[in-house]
Design a protein around this ligand. Structure first.
Ligand code: FMN
Length: 358
């Protein structure tokens, strides 16, 4: 199967085309340090045969967000190094998703990108670059800029960004903060180091990006030297609190949506990026190796991203490879994991918990 065959791009050589997508776990400690639970979570998925792990959104800025993993100071590096080593020892590669978020309150108020001064923007860029340098030093095989959902960079690339200066007005303007970060990271990390990004293929919110705008932004980022693009969906907060409106339900697609519901997004973006040689990671209810294989064979993605099924069962890949499908703890896309995430509780799978109690 193509999905199980090795693939190389930049410094990344992966044993197969399966990616464990980033998933906030709230398993870091109160200050954002790596814990043993977090290491074992990733070690288990690496042992389960995944080619690439993309570590959950990790804060690059100096703003408290309890239990969110962080890399905004050197003190976080020893823990990160242990985590990376443990994943490598089990044969997988690991990228780290770097996140910057604007100020927000529980009442729903959220700072807008239009409120940020040029000084603020320069600080955002700097935070990303410093975090990226730390990530490379501790051994991550790649970094991934979080340009998806409702965070700082995604709010810039969105059509909802109404800035009237160089950071708005056109696709190039809206993408400028990201292309500057790519350029600055490239200078510090070198030509061979893999710099990826994640984007919402469609924002699913009134006035936001559709595939048309995302294609344009993706091309601009790729032309600046991006090495992979991971395609997510939705996640905006303009239509409800965090991940509760329609845009949110597209981000962690719910049980009523069809399997592979976002294939058209990775397909559309791949059409744009293939001529530039930039691989695309697909996501969204890809519930079997067969579905992933079909997508690869039809040219709808280069790598297959899976999130919740691998939370439910770290052995999801090997059980399929060894014809033990009946032993899989199947994700039912009930999103109890997401409800726990929203309560800042450790993100675990309820189906797996119930099964282990039997
Ligand atoms: C609890 C939870 C936490 C998530 N955290 C992140 C994250 O940190 N960064 C990110 O880009 N996506 C995050 N996602 C989205 C997933 O990476 C993925 O795109 C989504 O779950 C769809 O894939 P799936 O159908 O295979 O689960 C999260 C999803 C869930 C359910």
């Amino acid at each position: 199967m193509k999905i199980l065959s090795p693939v190389n791009f930049k410094n990344l050589s992966l044993r197969n085309r399966l990616v464990w997508l980033p998933m906030v776990s709230w398993l870091a400690d109160e200050e954002g340090f790596v814990t043993d639970e977090l290491i074992s979570r990733h070690r288990l998925r690496a042992e389960g045969g995944v080619g690439l792990i993309i570590l959950e959104a990790t804060g690059v800025l100096d703003r408290k967000s309890p239990k969110l993993l962080r890399i905004n100071e050197d003190k976080y590096m020893p823990g990160m190094e242990k985590l990376v080593q443990s994943v490598h020892d089990a044969g997988a590669k690991i990228s780290i998703q770097l996140i910057h978020y604007v100020k927000q309150s529980r009442s729903g108020w959220k700072q807008k990108v239009e409120d940020l001064s040029i000084e603020d923007i320069n600080k955002v860029k700097d935070d990303f670059v410093q975090a990226a340098v730390r990530a490379k030093k501790v051994g991550f095989d790649s970094i991934e800029l979080h340009v998806a959902h409702s965070y700082t960079l995604s709010s810039f690339v969105s059509l909802l960004n109404k800035r009237q200066d160089q950071y708005g007005r056109s696709p190039q303007g809206r993408a400028l903060i990201v292309t500057d970060i790519i350029e600055m990271c490239r200078e510090k990390l070198g030509d061979e180091y893999c710099i990826g990004a994640r984007i919402s293929g469609e924002e699913f919110v009134s006035g936001g990006n559709t595939l048309k705008q995302t294609k344009a932004i993706s091309r601009i980022m790729a032309e600046k030297g991006l090495d992979y693009l991971s395609v997510s969906a939705g996640g905006k907060t303009e239509d409800g609190a965090w991940y509760s409106g329609y845009s949110g339900t597209r981000s962690m697609p719910t049980a009523n949506l069809p399997y592979g519901c976002h294939i058209y997004l990775s397909k559309g973006i791949r059409e744009e990026l293939e001529p530039l040689g930039v691989p695309v990671i697909a996501s969204g209810k890809i519930n079997s190796l067969e579905l992933g294989e079909e997508m690869l064979n039809q040219g709808k993605a280069d790598l297959i991203g899976v999130c919740r099924p691998l939370l439910a069962d770290p052995q999801w890949i090997v059980k399929q490879m060894e014809n033990r499908k009946n032993e899989i703890v199947n994700c039912i896309y009930c999103n109890t994991c997401l409800e726990r995430d929203q309560r800042w509780e450790p993100v675990e799978c309820i189906v797996a918990e119930k099964k282990s109690k039997k």
